[in-house]
Design a protein around this ligand. Structure first.
Ligand code: S3P
Length: 197
C-alpha cells in the first residue's frame, strides 16, 4: 500500500534507491523504516540480507570468516540490492567506508548520512550485543575513533542530516525526506558548491 501523503514534498520521488549511511547507532534502521513507510517504498537492511545469505549472524561471520569476508559479502549484497527496484536501504556502518561499495552507492543511489555525536551514538549502542567491532575492553573509545576516522567518507554522501537527541523516529524521517527534497530541487551547480565536489 502506498501511504505517501498527498502533500509529500517527494510526491514524484523516488526514481532511485535511498541509501542511509552513518555510524552504528545513528538510527539508519529505525528511521529508515519510517522513511520507507512515508514514501510507500520497501525497506531493506544490508546487515539482514548478509545474515540471510550467509546463514550466520554478523558476529559469527566476523568470528569465523573475518572482517574482510564480511566486507566482501556486504559489497555484493549492496550491489545486488542497488540493481533492484527503488527502496530505502539501511547499510551497516562500515559499508560506505569501503571504496568500491561507496562508489557503487554514489553512482546508483541517493545517499543520506545520518550524522550523530559520539555521545548520542554511545547511548544507543551501549550494552547491546551483536556489534563485533564494539566487543572490546573500551567500546566507547573504539566508537569515537571509528566515528572520527569515518566522518570524511560519510561526508561524501549526497545529503547530510543531523540526528537530534530525543527527536522521534517519525520526526527524523520527516527531516530526512525534507532534506532529500531540497537536494533534488537544488540546481546541480549549487550542490557541487555546497559539497565541494
Ligand atoms: C559495522 C556496523 C554494523 C554491522 C557490523 C559492522 C561497522 O551495522 O554492519 O557490525 O563497521 O560499523 P550497524 O551500523 O547497523 O550497527
Amino acid at each position: 500500500m502506498n501511504v505517501q501523503p498527498e502533500s509529500s514534498p517527494l510526491q514524484s520521488y523516488p526514481k532511485r534507491t535511498i541509501v542511509l549511511v552513518g555510524m552504528m547507532g545513528a538510527g539508519k534502521t529505525s528511521v529508515g523504516k519510517k522513511v520507507a513507510a512515508m514514501l510507500g517504498l520497501p525497506f531493506l537492511d544490508s546487515d539482514v540480507e548478509i545474515q540471510t545469505a550467509a546463514g550466520m549472524s554478523i558476529s559469527e561471520i566476523f568470528a569465523s570468516l573475518g572482517e574482510p569476508a564480511f566486507r566482501d559479502g556486504e559489497r555484493k549484497v549492496i550491489a545486488r540490492l542497488l540493481a533492484g527496484p527503488p527502496c530505502v536501504l539501511a547499510t551497516g556502518g562500515g559499508a560506505f567506508i569501503a571504496e568500491e561499495t561507496r562508489r557503487e552507492i554514489l553512482k546508483n543511489a541517493l545517499s543520506v548520512w545520518i550524522r550523530a555525536e559520539v555521545d548520542v551514538l554511545w547511548e544507543r549502542v551501549r550494552g547491546r550485543p551483536g556489534r563485533p567491532l564494539l566487543a572490546q575492553p573500551n567500546p566507547k573509545k573504539v566508537l569515537s575513533e571509528l566515528s572520527r576516522v569515518r566522518a570524511p567518507f560519510y561526508a561524501e554522501a549526497d545529503v547530510i542530516v543531523d540526528s537530534v537527541r530525543g527527536m522521534s523516529h517519525e520526526a527524523m524521517a520527516e527531516k530526512i525526506i525534507q532534506a532529500i527534497s531540497e537536494h533534488e530541487n537544488s540546481p546541480v551547480e549549487a550542490r557541487s558548491a555546497v559539497q565541494g565536489k
